[in-house]
Every structure is written in structure tokens, then in C-alpha cells.
Design a protein around this ligand. Structure first.
Ligand SMILES: *[C@@H]1O[C@H](CO)[C@@H](O)[C@H](O)[C@H]1NC(C)=O
Length: 276
């Protein structure tokens, strides 16, 4: 109790003097912008210097809120977080004690996008609890957008990025309908198999009909990832010759012809190069 009171008084004095020293206007609070993609870990920055030469007592009370709700609180060893974050939030106690009130969000989700604000709860006048704002942070979480190209018969690996990815839907190249490719609750199918540990799927032996757009959706139906897949013909043998260096341009240009014709030409041209 003594320590708690000490903590609150020390912090309150500092916080108020700092705030009044700058401006009483809330918009003058330090603010930050954090941008990330689904599945990563982000750190919403927050810091406060404990009184000079001192370490903050262990039971300082920090609160992180969105515009709507409180999402995380820590007072000493006691912590609480909102249900929708399901074990994804943390302000490590030892860091808080040394003035680092940054909020760690693991496995960040599209729905986490928004404004966050941190507060120190202090004893105000007549022992009334007051929240003093420390930091505002705007968090933007985006989906992944990628392209993949495979040859027929190859395996297509699709990242799910997070355990909150619930389904994958597919729209064929010339189609307007979306069909289910994978549902987490239904598990593996003959062609689509999830890695036993990693958040990734493998679609076996792609064909031309697999060309199109794949969307990974989370439990809110929001897109976690969009992958454009193209399935190209297997490389023609002549292609390998074209990548050779030292082939004069006229020969290289004719390499679209049959490989049987090209081979003697190539041997020829290499000899020319050697002569030159
Ligand atoms: C504050 O803590 C966060 C994570 O808890 C860490 O990423 C960050 O580097 C720390 N900042 C400083 C200045 O130590």
C-alpha cells in the first residue's frame, strides 16, 4: 500500500508537470503510427522516465485502450486483457518498471487496426483515481498480396500467416464465382494439405484449371492474403539455350525455332566466339 501510494504520487507529480509544461491540449500528446501485415508482432511504443536516479516501484498501473474499450491493464504482477485479443497482448512487468510501457501485440490481425492510447492510473486529488494519458498510437494492419507462378505438376504452397485464418476461397481465371478450397474446421482434403505445425497449405500438382485468385480469410471474413497464381507451360528446351551468354543476337533471336536446329547453330556460334 505504501509503495503503491508512493508510485502514484511520484508519477502523478511528474506526469502533470510534464503535461502542463507542454500544453493542456490532448492533441499535443506524443503520437506514433505503426504499419504492419497480418500475423506479425508489433510494438506500440510508450515510455516514461521514472524520477531521476530511481526505478519505478513495481506496482505502477498501466492501461491501454482503443477508442471503444480497454484492451490491456497491468498493475505490478496482475495483468488483464480483453477476450478478443486471446493471449496476444503483453507489457512485460520488468520493462514497465523501468519506464517502458510499450504494448506488444503478437499475431496482429486486420481487426486490430485502429487508434490506441496508453494511460497511467494515478491518485489524483482526494485519492481519486485519475488516468493520465501517455501515448497515442495509430495501428494499421494490411493483408498480404503476392503473385506465384508454377509449371503444371508442381506443388503450390499457400501461406496462411496466422492461426486465425479460417478458410481459402478460389476464383478461376475466367470465372466470377468463388469456391471453397480449404476450411480449417474440415481439415485436409486429397489435394490440399496443411503443414502439421506451420500456418501453410500445400496444393498438390497444380494444373491450368488452378489458375486464378486465392483469398485466405479470417474468422471475420476479412482477407488475410490474396495470391494470384499463374500456371505456365513447362519450359521449352530452346529456352535454356537462350539464357546462354556469348550467343550472337541473330542466333539468339532464331532460338524460338526447334531445338534440333538450334543445337548445331549454337556449337557453330560458340566456335565463332572462340575465334574472335
Ligand atoms: C520497450 O519494450 C519493447 C517491447 O516490450 C521493446 O521492443 C522496445 O525495444 C523497448 N524500448 C526500449 C527503449 O527499450
Amino acid at each position: 500500500m505504501m509503495r503503491s501510494a508512493l508510485c502514484s504520487r511520484a508519477w502523478a507529480a511528474l506526469l502533470y508537470s510534464a503535461l502542463i509544461g507542454c500544453s493542456a491540449d490532448a492533441s499535443a500528446l506524443p503520437s506514433a503510427s505503426i504499419v504492419s501485415t497480418v500475423g506479425n508482432q508489433v510494438v506500440l511504443p510508450c515510455s516514461w522516465k521514472p524520477p531521476l536516479g530511481e526505478v519505478a516501484p513495481p506496482d505502477c498501473h498501466i492501461v491501454w485502450s482503443t477508442l471503444v474499450d480497454t484492451v490491456f491493464e497491468r498493475r505490478g504482477v496482475v495483468r488483464w486483457e480483453a477476450d478478443e485479443f486471446q493471449g496476444r497482448l503483453e507489457v512485460p512487468e520488468e520493462r514497465l518498471r523501468s519506464g517502458n510501457c510499450s504494448l506488444i501485440i503478437r499475431d496482429v490481425q486486420i481487426a486490430d487496426t485502429g487508434s490506441y492510447e496508453s494511460f497511467m492510473v494515478v491518485n489524483g486529488a482526494r485519492s481519486k483515481k485519475t488516468r493520465v494519458s501517455l501515448q497515442t498510437v495509430k495501428l494499421s494492419v494490411y493483408d498480404h498480396k503476392t503473385y506465384q507462378s508454377h509449371h503444371p505438376g508442381e506443388d503450390f504452397v499457400l501461406q496462411l500467416y496466422t492461426q486465425h485464418s479460417m478458410s481459402v476461397v478460389f476464383q478461376g481465371r475466367d470465372s466470377s464465382v468463388w469456391t471453397d478450397v480449404w476450411l480449417r474446421e474440415e481439415g485436409n482434403s486429397e489435394r490440399v494439405v496443411k503443414h502439421p505445425l506451420l500456418q501453410q497449405l500445400t496444393m498438390r500438382k497444380v494444373q491450368h484449371t488452378d489458375e486464378g485468385v486465392y483469398k485466405v480469410l479470417d474468422e471475420n471474413g476479412l482477407a488475410v492474403s490474396t495470391v494470384q497464381l499463374t500456371v505456365e507451360e513447362n519450359p521449352a528446351p530452346s529456352r535454356q539455350f537462350r539464357t546462354q551468354e556469348n550467343i550472337p543476337t541473330d542466333v539468339a533471336a532464331s532460338s524460338s525455332g526447334s531445338a534440333l536446329l538450334i543445337l548445331p547453330l549454337l556449337v557453330c556460334s560458340l566456335q565463332i566466339v572462340r575465334l574472335v
